[in-house]
Design a binder for this molecule. Sequence first.
Ligand code: GLV
Ligand code: MG
Length: 304
Amino acid sequence: MKPRRSILSVPGHVEKMHHKASRYQADVIMLDLEDSVPLDEKEHAREVVIRSLLAMNWQGKTVTARINGLDTRFGYRDLLEVAEEAGRMLDTIVIPKVDHCGDIHFVDRMLDGIEMRKGFSNRIGIEAIIESAEGMENVSEIAGASDRLKALVFGVADYSASIGARLVSISGHGEKEEELYPGHRWNFALSRMVMAAKAHNLMAIDAPYGNFRDPDGLHRFSVMACSLGCDGKWAIHPDQIDIINTVFSPSLKDIERARRVLDAFEKAKAEGRGAASVEGRMIDQATVRLARQLWERASYLKMV
Ligand code: GLV
Ligand code: MG
């Protein structure tokens, strides 16, 4: 699967931002119809998104669209119109506030019909945002609900609201969290979602960091998400892309260590030895698996 280190969320109704977005180094551009679009712009935003999807040169980027929740009056029309008119340009439809697997079944079936009618050669994927207590409770069933699913996304702001967690910043996206809680307040929820995603071979994506003028905070939260198994993180401002790409790419040191592990393992195998060691530590199968994964990611990113 193509990398999804950085996902730049762009408001659907602001056409000039779509043009700019295609030139940034984000792995994914997500055209948003949900929370970054004011209520009175919802219908207009849908038209703008369809126009941009069809008319713009996306420079080979992965492009997705976030629809409104299926519990709103806009969600089903977003799905129908965006997928019918511009589905051949879309990697995935991103569904917010997925509470149970029925939401995914509904979208999956709709896409079946749309693809049959339109004769698209691509198969439109689905990303599910897990951002409620109910969604988190049902996350395993959601992750296994369709083979269209590519990723689960943790929507921390709506999740905080859903569970009634105390708010510490305006956006609810990660700032000043340490004033409330020592360590990583979302460790359990994020890990729970990562576990369900990985059990179903999906990517796990973290929510954006709210304060785009705080690169250190963004870096800290990106490292935490990466260390919990996330594959990428949303960005809400272009200045966040480089930091996210760097954190979610293997470092040169990691690549070198992986190479030494794999070399030592191959050498031991060729010599008929059961055990190998690097830097004075025994290498077991789990270490080899981790090294292979890292190597594959590095080769996909053309780093090796
Ligand atoms: C994203 O949608 C969030 O709620 O954090
Ligand atoms: Mg949300």
